[in-house]
Design a protein around this ligand. Structure first.
Ligand SMILES: Cc1cc2nc3c(=O)[nH]c(=O)nc-3n(C[C@H](O)[C@H](O)[C@H](O)COP(=O)(O)O)c2cc1C
Ligand code: SF4
Ligand code: SF4
Length: 281
């Protein structure tokens, strides 16, 4: 195998990118990061290694961090990463590069792809129109062609992140938030005991348990229960794949949640089975 693409995806955006890339590159395999963690499979074998994942709290998602911490890349020589995002700045490439430095290697190429947001808790979340989704898809497909070219030629490439939304015109406040938000995502959010709940619209169908990538959700009869001792990957698959929009996020002191008022998002080409298969042995 020339290339292995390790991917993580909550609602299909990153899965779509990883799959399209695989189709464009020869001799390439896709490995779900969730499955690799479950199987304790951290030794890379291919010459080229890619990581494709969503932006979570301006940085890499929790399972990607877990994978990076344990991986052994002695056998591999060219590395690229693709972060999909809803639109803010992305601060995760140095995190990946620092891990690779331990092996005297580096992140050769980093790409950012703007896609629809799957985070309806935010006040700024708007259901994307069909026109918006179509234009994002064309933009993504063009970006994938650029990524294909860079990888085939083993070029060094670093995405210009000038388009990412920052938080305020105040440079100091931006600097503070761009440090604080990744910290909240990796350290504070996993500690929050009551993050999700199912409201009265829940029918007990079990879809949330099926797609839950950290296996935090277990059905207790007709009721989903978020297990206290399991770390949530914050993939939001449960929230977005629930057919009845019954899953909500509690408001916190530091952030009001708008999930009861907002819609949900799924990539049109990702069925719940494709999300769930990331954890299949
Ligand atoms: C918990 C969480 C945090 C997120 N944080 C950000 C963020 O900081 N910046 C951003 O641009 N998008 C953010 N998003 C949106 C996703 O990065 C974006 O929709 C991504 O393409 C989803 O990919 P997926 O479908 O592969 O999971 C966040 C989504 C979730 C669920
Ligand atoms: S997916 Fe929604 S309706 Fe089905 S069990 Fe989970 S919360 Fe209830
Ligand atoms: S509880 Fe929901 S957000 Fe957390 S890992 Fe499971 S599906 Fe993802």
């Amino acid at each position: 195998m020339d290339t292995t693409i390790y991917y993580f995806s909550g609602t299909g955006n990153s899965f779509f990118i990883a799959r399209e890339l695989k189709n464009l590159l020869s001799n390439t395999e896709l490995v779900p990061i969730v499955k690799a963690i479950k199987e304790n499979n951290f030794v890379t074998k291919a010459e080229n290694i890619g990581f494709v994942f969503p932006t979570h709290g301006l940085t890499i998602p929790i399972p990607v961090k877990i994978f990076l911490k344990k991986m052994n890349v002695t056998n591999s020589h060219y590395f690229f990463a693709v972060a999909t995002r809803g639109g803010t700045i992305f601060r995760g490439f140095p995190v990946i590069n620092n891990v690779l430095k331990k092996y005297n290697k580096c992140l050769n190429a980093g790409f950012i792809i703007d896609m629809a947001s799957n985070d309806p808790k935010l006040a700024s979340y708007h259901d994307a129109t069909k026109e918006k989704l179509d234009s994002l898809r064309i933009y993504a497909l063009n970006k994938i062609k650029l990524i294909q070219k860079v990888i085939i030629n083993k070029e060094n490439y670093h995405n210009d992140d000038k388009t990412g939304i920052t938080f305020s015109k105040n440079i100091l406040l931006n600097l503070l938030l761009s440090r604080l938000i990744p910290f909240m995502t990796h350290f504070i959010s996993p500690m929050v005991k009551k993050y999700f709940y199912a409201d009265s619209k829940c029918t007990g169908c079990g879809t949330c348990e099926k797609v839950c990538l950290s296996e935090k959700i277990k059905m207790n009869g007709k009721k989903p229960v978020w297990q206290k001792n399991v770390t949530c990957y914050l993939c939001y698959s449960c929230l977005n794949y629930c057919p009845f929009k019954a899953i909500q996020i509690y408001s916190k002191i530091w952030m009001k949640s708008f999930t009861t008022e907002r819609g949900r998002y799924l990539h049109p080409y990702a069925k719940s089975g494709e999300i769930a298969q990331q954890k299949s042995k």
